[in-house]
Design a binder for this molecule. Sequence first.
Ligand code: NAP
Length: 500
Amino acid sequence: MGHQENIANLDSCWTKEGRVPRIAIVGAGLSGIGAVIALRQAGYTDVTVYEKADRVGGTWRDNHYPGLSCDVPSYWYSYSFEPKSDWTHRFSYGPEILAYIDHVADKYDVLSAVKLNSPVTELTYLGPKWQLKAEGHDTEIFDFVISATGILHHPAYPDIPGLDTFKGAMFHTTRWDDSVSLEGKRVGIIGTGSTSAQIVGEITHKVGHMSVFQRTPHWVGPLPQKKYGAIWKTILRTFPVLHLFLAWFYKRLMLTTFAKATIGDVKEQQKIEQACLKMLKDQVPDLELRAKLTPDYKATCKRLIFCSDFYPAISRDNAELVTAGISAIEAEGVRTEDGRLHELDVLVLATGFKVSEFILPTKVYGENKIELSEQWDGAPRAHRAMTIPNFPNFWMLEGPTGPVGNLSLISITETQIAYMIQCLDKMKAEKAASIEVKQEVFESLNKEMAEAVTTTTWATGGCASWYIDKTGTPNLYPWHPSRFYKEMEQADFSEYLLTD
Ligand code: NAP
C-alpha cells in the first residue's frame, strides 16, 4: 500500500474492515525476529521490520569483541520454537548465536519482512494509526508500532578529559575495530563489567601488556563452561523433548537461586557471594591483588558477572589492575591520579551503555503530540515493560521495568509477544480501534513497583549500577520473575482502554 492511499485511509480501522492490521517493528534483533514469526503464526501477516543496520542480529551483530559469549545457558537462550541440538557449548559464543539468529531468520522467511539500512527517525500517533518516517523510505502509515530495539545498544563514552587526544587505536567494546591487531601490543581497558571480564579473559595472554582500569571491583561468579560432544548432540537430536527439559531446568535454576538473591533473599545472596569469594581465593593467590578485586558491596547489587577466565588473566605477569582513578587521557596513554602515565598502543572503552534510551533518539509523538523522551524525562517506564499511557497501539519488547539481569531475554520477549497477541485478538473480537494502558493503572502499578524495589539487593546492596536511573531507583521488575511470567500468561483487559 503506498503513502497516499495510506493517508487517505487514516480513519479506517482494521478490526471493522476485517483486514489484518499493518504492523511496523523497529529493530531486527532477537525480539523483532521473534515477533515477526509469532505474529505471522497468529494470523497477523502484514508485518514490516525497519532495521537501522545492514543485517539482522541486534546485539549479537553489533558486538563482536574477542571473548564475546552469553552467560545464560544455550538451551535456555534459544527460541522455544527453534531448539538447537548442536550447540557446541553450554554457554554459547557470540558468532554461534549470530549464526543461530541468521538461521532462524532464514528458515522462517523473516528477511522478506525486513527493510535493512532503514533507521526510523520519527513516529507520530495520528489516532488510531501511526505515521512512520524512516531514512530512505516514503512516510508510511501503520495500525501498530512495536519497538524491539533492545536496551543496551547506545554506547556510553566516559567523560574523561583528553579522550580525543589519544594517538593510538581507541574504540568502545560495541564498536570493536577488528582491523587493529593486539598481538604484542600495550592494551588498556577502562571498566570491569561483564564485557570487560570476557575481553580481558580472552586477550591478555596474546597482548604484550594489559592494563585494566578498575573504578569499582565487580562480583564475579564461576561460569561452568562445557563443550558438548557428538554423543550428547545425537541424544538431543534423537529425543527432542530433552530440549524442553533443559530449558526448564536452567530457567528453574536461575529462578531459584540468582533471581531470589537479587530481590533480597539473604540466604541465596550470601551463597552467591561465597561462591564468588571462593573463586577469587582459588584463582588469585596474590593477597594484594585479591584485596583490590574484592567488592565492598553486596553481590548481585550490580549485574553479576559469570566468567571463569578474568581472574587468571588479571593474575598474569603481563597484566596490571590499575585502581588509581583516571585523571586524563593523553596522546601516549592514560594518566592516573597518582601522576603515573600508563603508556598504551590500544585503548578499549568497556564503559557500558546509555540504558535509558530504548527506542530513543527516534522522535516518538503520542496523543496530543506528547513526545516520549519528554514524558520519560530520563526515567523510562512502561506498563508490564510494554505499554505507555498516551501512546496507544504502541508496544515495547524488553521495555523499561522488565525482569532483566541474568535471565534469558529470549524467554521474556517471547512471553511479551504472546501477551501482545492476546491483546490483538481481543481488539479483533471487540472491533476496537485502539488499545492503551489506563493512566491510573499505570501509575498505581508503578508506585507499587517503586516501593517494592527499595528492598531489593539492587537498591540495598550499597552499589551504583546501570540499573539505577535518574530517580535514584533501580528501573527493574522488583518481584520474583516467576510472578512476571505468571502475570503475563493471561492479559487483564481491565487495565486497558479499548476504544472504537
Ligand atoms: P557495565 O556493566 O555498565 O560496566 C561498565 C564498566 O565501566 C564499569 O566497570 C564501570 O565502573 C566502568 N566505567 C564507566 N564509566 C567509567 C569512567 N568514566 N571511568 C572509569 N570507569 C568507568 O557495562 P558492560 O560490561 O558493557 O555490561 C553491560 C551489560 O551488558 C551487563 O551488565 C549485561 O547486562 C550485558 N552483558 C551481558 C553479557 C552476557 O554474557 N550475557 C556479556 C556482556 C555484557 P563502575 O562499576 O565503577 O561504574
